[in-house]
Structures are given as C-alpha cells and as structure tokens.
Ligand binder design. Structure first.
Ligand code: ADP
Ligand code: MG
Length: 138
C-alpha cells in the first residue's frame, strides 16, 4: 500500500470545493488516513515547495499557498500516488483530461485546486512535513 500527500489549496477551500475533492477520493476507493485544516505561513510554504525554489513562479506560488487555509490529507491505497495524480489532472488545467479535478474547477495554472505528491520519496517527505506518527490512523 502506497501513501501520498494531498492538499486542497486556498482556492479550493475558499470556493467550497473541499467536499467535492473528498467525494472524488471516496468514490475512487482512496482512503484518508490523516487530515487537518491549516493556514501556512510564507516560510512554511517555502519549506514545503523547496524543490521549486529556483523556479520563476516560486514567490507567487508560496504567496498563494500561504494566502488562506488549506486542507492537508495523507492518503493510502494501491498505487495511490499515480491514481490521485490522475484524478487531479495535469498541472495546467487547459491540458488536463476531461473529468479531472483541475479540468473541472481550476482557473489558473497556479490556482489549480489541489496538490498531490509525485513519487514515494516526495510523498514520505511531504507527509512528515505536516503529520507526526500519532496523527496518522493507519
Ligand atoms: P504539480 O502540482 O502538478 O505537481 P508542479 O510540481 O510542477 O505541478 O508545480 C507545483 C505548483 O506550482 C503547481 O501545482 C502550480 O500551483 C504551480 N505552478 C507550476 N507551474 C507553474 C507556472 N508555469 N506558473 C505558475 N505557477 C505554476
Ligand atoms: Mg509537483
């Protein structure tokens, strides 16, 4: 069983899409093993996205991610990393497949509703960035 980290980004929480995202997880047999709502500081967002620190969008992205509350969740399931990324759709909502979260709701390449880890190593780092072992139920 694989684990991944999901974030419902500030645009997702402010637009009332928390239930919509969770519904899609449940419909796809992806299990939530930890969840909380937090409002990151700029520094916390910079630490989370440190792999992107040289990218031109880093400052704007970390401003956005610290602009309002987010829902962070640890998820589990078979092949959950690629399966959740498939539900999310491509980073750029204009290139996302029909029926994906980003295709259905994103309005902007940056404000794209959700985050999902891209590999087992990044998932392990990202889950431990937000949750300690007592906060994970499985
Ligand atoms: P993903 O979230 O699909 O894994 P990346 O890891 O490449 O995508 O980028 C992290 C986040 O940075 C994206 O989800 C998006 O919010 C933002 N981002 C990515 N590319 C751009 C871009 N060209 N311009 C603005 N923001 C971007
Ligand atoms: Mg990524």
């Amino acid at each position: 069983m694989e684990r991944t980290l999901s974030i419902i980004k500030p645009d997702g929480t402010s637009r009332g899409l928390i239930g919509e995202v969770i519904k899609r997880l449940e419909e796809n047999n992806i299990k939530i093993i930890a969840a909380k709502m937090i409002h990151m500081t700029k520094k916390q967002a910079q630490g989370f996205y440190a792999v992107h620190k040289e990218r031109p969008f880093f400052d704007s992205l970390t401003d956005f991610m610290s602009s309002g509350p987010v829902v962070v969740m640890a998820l589990t399931g078979e092949n959950v990393i690629p399966r959740y990324r498939e539900l999310m759709g491509a980073t750029d909502y204009r290139k996302a497949a029909e029926g994906t979260i980003r295709k259905d709701f994103a309005t902007d390449i940056e404000k794209n509703i959700v985050h999902g880890s891209d590999a087992p190593e990044t998932a392990a780092f990202e889950i431990s960035y937000f949750f300690n072992s007592f906060e994970i139920v499985a």
